[in-house]
Ligand binder design. Sequence first.
Ligand SMILES: Nc1nc2c(c(=O)[nH]1)N=C([C@H](O)[C@H](O)COP(=O)(O)OP(=O)(O)OP(=O)(O)O)CN2
Ligand code: ZN
Length: 122
Amino acid sequence: MDIFRIFHLQCARRLPALPASHRCSRVHGHSFEVELTVSGEVDARLGWVCDFAEIEAAWRPIHEALDHRYLNDVDRLDNPTSERLAIWLWAQLKPSLPGLSQIRVMETHDSGCIYRGEPTAS
Ligand SMILES: Nc1nc2c(c(=O)[nH]1)N=C([C@H](O)[C@H](O)COP(=O)(O)OP(=O)(O)OP(=O)(O)O)CN2
Ligand SMILES: [Zn+2]
């Protein structure tokens, strides 16, 4: 069974690997929607995979670290594409949320990425 919880982050960023002619190379803001999925068996007694509050608790320090901040200044987020943000989130969250199975990052209403912890090029 998969359960999920959705969070929101307001962040500024620029994508420094892009040419200066690309608009995303300039500082701009995003209202990110981040969906965290936790997978596991439904506990026979409790009737749930895990308490949503556990996901919330794991998220709290992430919110503190990223919300209303300039992502490029965050350690290991110097090129904060949505993909890199998802990978960064996975590294931060997996130790405290072992059942984490998927992170979905939406940077606009119609653009986003999904990461399931698979190896990446960088
Ligand atoms: N694979 C990726 N592609 C792009 C990323 C990214 O992180 N990963 N990021 C951007 C930019 O940050 C850009 O801000 C996104 O803008 P866009 O997709 O054009 O969304 P808008 O809502 O601003 O587009 P409108 O056409 O103005 O509605 C680009 N690509
Ligand atoms: Zn952008």
